[in-house]
Design a protein around this ligand. Sequence first.
Ligand SMILES: Cc1ncc(COP(=O)(O)O)c(C=O)c1O
Length: 399
Amino acid sequence: MNRSFQPSPNVTHVTPSMTSGMAARARALRATGRTVVDLSQGQPEFDTPAFIREAAQRAIDEGATRYTATDGILPLREAMAQQANRRHQGLDEVGADEVVVTSGAKQALFNACFVLFGPGDEVLVPTPNWTSYYEIVELARAVPVPVLGDPAQQWKVDPDALRAASTPRTRGILLNSPCNPTGAVYSPGEIAAIAALARERGWWLLSDEVYRRIAYEAPASSVLDCTSDRERVVVIDAVSKSFAMTGWRLGWAVGPREVVKAMAAMQSHTTSNAAAVSQHAALAALQGGAAADGAVAEMVEALRQRRDAALQELLRHGPVEHVRPDGAFYLYVRVGSTGGVDPGAFAYDLLEREGVAVVPGAAFRTPEWIRISYGGAEADVRQGVRTIADTLHAARTAG
Ligand SMILES: Cc1ncc(COP(=O)(O)O)c(C=O)c1O
């Protein structure tokens, strides 16, 4: 241990992501020869569609190996603006100068929070929600304010809950629909009501839409579908989840020109442009027309089958409290409260004793729950969720 290292105040509160931690422990157990079913990973287990991989290979051969403009190549920003314009309800057109290309949605979220929020600012985070929101807001030295949703409404929050949690220091909201970890999808009316509240109060609305294309019951809405006023709206998107491109690290933000400019300036001193080849791959995905739509539809259909398989296995011994997911690829399950189950230890014991990795709900500020990812192969999903159902049943029968 290096005793002379004292982390600076920038990072004293930062802990490694619990989702990455569970996946790392699963890998470590596998390395010892154990069989592990990993349902902790936040990625769909598909190959990136062939037409995207081929476009990337062509781009490398044609010289996409150098720096690009910090905010991304123009045709890509134009394609992203065009996608936003297909949805935007307002009269003003989204321009390419209102888009910044980033190394994944995570960087877009970080840069947006960093330029919008600072010391003393409070940011409302509908909870449970993706683990990194809380840490990203803290890295900006602002204060994340978890706002618990209603478990009877798929844990979604409504304007009343947000109003009740707000103070004069509230500066923004982080909305995530479809939601990680619950799979809940906000309806257009629900998004419009939250957008109206944000507008009325002058709050920034950051809408993380990385799972928007992965919805099972009805198409999931963008905030751009639901409001005509985007003066204080920043949309975060990525090709990561919908095109099975998590490793390419390619995301973007659409927002007011000044915000996007500040984000690009920040990026020019930190990471510079997103990888050139990934930008060309994303361009192929966004301009892919029928091939792209077909590839996404095929993956969503496979995920729907895995969702249904997961639900069937979960309920094999009878009712278990859970959120029925309408989007993304997560199943949120309550393990605490009844029988002899220690919710804090459940996920860790499950991995060490049964060889099934999930993410403890503490990562999402709801410790009695666990998040199961059903992005993996259907046989693994079935086996893993069956083990979870059996373990819960055994504990409750014994307790
Ligand atoms: C809600 C949400 N937003 C953003 C991200 C990060 O996406 P990316 O891999 O594009 O950085 C994730 C990844 O798990 C996520 O679940």
